[in-house]
Design a protein around this ligand. Structure first.
Ligand SMILES: Cc1cc2nc3c(=O)[nH]c(=O)nc-3n(C[C@H](O)[C@H](O)[C@H](O)COP(=O)(O)OP(=O)(O)OC[C@H]3O[C@@H](n4cnc5c(N)ncnc54)[C@H](O)[C@@H]3O)c2cc1C
Length: 388
């Protein structure tokens, strides 16, 4: 059967490998990762061992050089079993794309080789206390320090904050004429001036090791700058955003698929004694499950179309990218809500892991670009207004 994201046979093999790891490793640790809000080390190690942390890194650096469609299919499989693991993976793949796109990073080849060989985990540090979810307009700024730079920044959320070796970060360029005149740079975790503050006890994606990170007089060698000065927004919107959208949309779909599987299983297993009926004999529950399935495949089909367009982009591609995330995030919130209703008290009392899916799905909504930003961007694009 053809995969909805349009995979060839080699891509399907990679996805099958991810499915195997998801079922054998991620599923075993997911409940504990969620309960203790701990980093999913076993799962990330297993993905690394299989070469999947280099899935989309070029073959010249030892990666598998895969396009967005394979990334989507793998992220979906991981999210079915442990969305926290999928989140760490998605941030790593996305940040690695920005590193690969850099024309200025001195250690680019070495970092990409390490990332593909599971020796270097990377992530994004865009959100700040001052800019909140409006990541394209950082509050922090770079200050020239001879040929190098330094910065102070209050990064409010960094996935894999403790586990990652580097963060792809953003700041206004020195003397920026506007908040949009930003520059991307690499933060090396563990260097002086990197202060990881507190830990994450969120409602969902509890194992993503997210934390606020303060940069205090952090020194950035010129060779760690990732974009030309003032060109950070291009990197954020043209490189990071599309990859982030594909990964997080696919994560949302993985949560939907698992919700359908668990709901169907519960409806076939649980019954009502006095009528000798299974829950599946109730037409209202069957209709709920049908709604879940239609909504999920409608959203997956849009993402499948979008990843195809990303390989041959045209003027509509940026809009489709925004539509894909809007569709996926909303669908996951709605489908997991329907699953909670269909599975009733069994879900509510945590006898089924459906409630974890429901909580994890909600993280997609608040992550930038949020549904509000996506709607605003799409409305502007559709009426000929500039995005900013
Ligand atoms: C699990 C998780 C992991 C994360 N990991 C990372 C990470 O690795 N790196 C990173 O950089 N960030 C990360 N984030 C942060 C995320 O991308 C958002 O920046 C953050 O969730 C925003 O929270 P806030 O309280 O600042 O929201 P706010 O920006 O205060 O938003 C509050 C509400 O206002 C709305 N709103 C805000 N601005 C506008 C606007 N301009 N127009 C219309 N409506 C608006 C929002 O949609 C929302 O409903 C993560 C978040 C989560 C939940």
């Amino acid at each position: 059967m053809a995969h909805i994201y349009g995979l060839n046979a080699d891509q399907q093999k990679l996805v099958d490998a991810a499915t195997g790891i998801a079922k054998e490793v991620l599923s075993k640790h997911a409940a504990d990762v969620d309960q203790k809000a701990r980093f999913p080390k076993e799962s990330i190690d297993a993905l690394g061992k299989a070469g999947l942390m280099g899935l989309c890194i070029g073959a010249e650096f030892g990666g598998k050089g895969q396009p967005p469609r394979t990334f989507a299919a793998v992220a979906e499989e991981l999210a079915k079993e442990c969305a926290s693991t999928a989140m760490v993976f998605v941030m790593h793949v996305t940040a690695a794309q920005q590193i690969a796109a850099s024309g200025t990073l001195k250690d680019k080849a070495a970092i990409l080789k390490d990332a593909a060989a599971d020796r270097h985990l990377t992530t994004l540090a865009f959100s700040e206390k001052g800019s909140r979810s409006n990541f394209w307009a950082p509050s922090s700024g770079l200050v020239a320090d001879g040929a190098n730079f330094k910065t102070d920044a209050a990064k409010s959320w960094v996935t894999s904050a403790r586990a990652a070796q580097s963060y792809v970060s953003s700041a206004r360029m020195p003397g920026a004429p506007s908040p949009l005149a930003s520059t991307l740079y690499l933060v090396r975790n563990g260097q002086p001036g990197v202060d990881i503050q507190g830990s994450f006890s969120g409602v969902g994606l509890r194992g993503n090791d997210s934390a606020p990170v303060a940069l205090k007089g952090y020194k950035i060698p010129a060779g760690d700058v990732l974009t030309e000065q003032g060109k950070g927004a291009d990197g954020m919107l043209q490189v990071v955003l599309p990859w982030f959208v594909v990964g997080t949309s696919a994560m949302s779909h993985g949560l939907c698929l698992k919700a359908i599987e668990l709901t169907s299983g519960h409806m076939q297993g649980a019954g009502i004694d006095f009528t000798s009926q299974k829950l599946r004999d109730l037409p209202n529950l069957r209709a709920r499950l049908a709604d879940m399935a239609v909504a999920t495949d409608r959203s997956r089909a849009l993402l499948g179309y979008t990843v195809g367009e990303m390989e041959k982009p045209d003027a509509m591609t940026p809009l489709r990218v925004l539509q894909s995330r809007r569709s996926a995030v909303d669908t996951a919130v709605n489908v997991t809500d329907l699953a909670m209703k269909a599975c009733g008290g069994a879900a509510f009392s945590q006898h089924l892991p459906v409630e974890r899916l429901f909580r994890d799905a909600r993280a997609g909504w608040v992550m930038a670009p949020t549904v509000d930003h996506l709607d605003d961007f799409m409305g502007k694009a559709l009426t000929g207004l500039p995005l900013f």
